[in-house]
Write a protein that binds this ligand. Structure first.
Ligand SMILES: *Cc1c(COP(=O)(O)O)cnc(C)c1O
Length: 427
């Protein structure tokens, strides 16, 4: 599939049926797989032969869908996880251990921020957060002798900052460390971080990839380019024999192309077990089949809604990287020239109560804790995710009381704009 265009890979990647085989990917709803001899199975356990033996480690349906996502991102290997949270945790924990340090962009998704800042700290893994707008010198200064990973989001949820992937990758590589990029918001349709130097890409497939609010899931993709063996002292987990797996040395046995995902599969998935169900992988694949068509519409709707809001007298401020007035416009033109995604955030004059009246009067856009759905949805952080904070605290956290995050769906933009206009009349 590698010579085909992205849209063709969305539709047909990952699975090529043989003569008389199912056209759609089969759902292998089986926990286990049958073998004729213990010897046959032993070879699988020794990683001498490839095959399936237990769905917690690998399942054929999941592997077909992961292979499609690897093709879309231009990677060499990929694995599905039960959620985006699991994907980011596995991607980091695959190369970090007690005593390691991570450099991460400060504007990442709240769940990932919490994972790194609170939960992984309890495992003895430290972090330094850096501004996505930090200079090369500032980024360099965040690195320590024990830094093992750099992390950021292409378009941050919900801050909508755009990551300077090329700069982050350059700095990470100068310290002998890989750059992990969460590419959930633009998806590979609108940005492929590997083309800008990233080494590992993660996804919450719950968002645009599924795109229909139907299945929680995640994915990790490896570019196959990071030379673990060149920094063997930093990555003993990949470069020294794994006693918990018959002394296999992942970087040696599976090379740059396969080491990262093989270790994450046979070690982390074995021990933590956050596998995606084959049913969900099938649903995810239905979403992927139309991803290229949908992303175009999401981005177009986001752009049109943002442009409408920017001119509206009841709106204080609009944040959308595709607006010329946006701080990240130049970076967006470099990394997401065809548009990023459909998420727009804006501040209504009149604060929390105005946002409440506005949202209550929307007819098409529903109030939900979700983004990246076919159906438009919105959220006022001040009265939901951040409701325990005072107005002053909200301001300090960069979440003004009147802020609304709207995820533009696939509806006709004329109807979305008319809905927003009538709801603003009520404020
Ligand atoms: C939602 C989200 C996550 C977490 O994914 P889940 O599938 O909800 O676990 C991680 N990163 C980003 C950018 C997200 O938007």
């Amino acid at each position: 599939m590698s010579s085909y265009e992205l849209g063709t890979k969305c539709v047909q990647g990952g699975y090529t049926p043989g003569n008389g085989e199912p056209r759609q990917i089969p759902i292998i709803q089986s926990t286990t797989f049958k073998y004729n001899t213990s010897e046959d199975m032993g070879k699988l356990f020794d990683l001498e032969a490839t095959g399936y033996f237990y769905t917690r480690l690998q399942n054929p349906t999941n592997d077909m869908v992961a292979a499609k996502i690897a093709e879309l991102e231009g990677g060499t290997a990929a694995m599905l996880t039960s959620s985006g949270q699991a994907a980011n945790f596995y991607a980091l924990f695959n190369i970090c251990e007690c005593g390691s340090h991570i450099v991460a962009s400060s504007t990442i998704y709240g769940g990932t921020f919490n994972l790194i800042d609170v939960t992984m700290k309890k495992m003895g893994i430290d972090v330094t957060f850096v501004s996505p707008d930090a200079s090369e010198e500032e980024l360099n200064a965040a690195f320590k002798e024990n830094t093992r990973a750099m992390f950021g989001e292409t378009i941050a949820n919900p801050a909508l900052t755009v990551l300077d992937i090329e700069l982050f990758a350059k700095v990470a590589h100068s310290h002998g460390v890989p750059l992990i990029v969460d590419n959930t918001f633009p998806t590979p349709v609108h940005c492929r971080p590997f083309e800008w130097g990233a080494d590992i890409v993660t996804h919450s497939t719950t968002k645009y990839m599924d795109g229909h609010g139907a299945a929680v899931g995640g994915c990790i993709v490896d570019s196959g380019r990071f030379d673990w063996m060149a920094y063997a002292d930093k990555y003993p987990g990949l470069c020294e024999p794994d006693d918990s797996y018959h002394g296999v040395t992942y970087a040696k046995n599976f090379g740059k192309e396969g080491a990262f995902i093989t270790k994450a599969t046979v070690q982390l998935m074995r021990d933590f077990g956050s596998i995606q169900s084959p049913q969900n992988a099938f649903i995810l694949n239905l979403g992927l089949e139309s991803l290229h068509v949908r992303m175009e519409r999401h981005a177009k709707n986001g752009q049109e809604v943002a442009e409408f809001l920017e001119k509206h007298p009841k709106i204080e401020r609009v944040s959308f990287p595709g607006l010329k007035s946006n701080k990240y416009y130049d970076r967006a033109m470099k990394y997401i020239p065809n548009g990023g995604c459909g998420v727009v955030s804006f501040e209504i004059k009149g604060g929390k109560s105005a946002a409440e009246v506005f949202m209550k009067n929307l007819k098409l856009a529903a109030i939900e804790t979700h983004v990246a759905d076919a159906r438009t949805c919105c959220l006022n952080p001040a009265t939901s995710t951040h409701r325990q904070m005072s107005d002053a605290q909200l301001k300090a956290a960069g979440v003004p009381a009147g802020l609304v995050r709207m995820s533009c769906g696939l509806e006709d933009s004329k109807d979305l704009i008319a809905d927003i206009a009538q709801a603003l009349e009520c404020v």
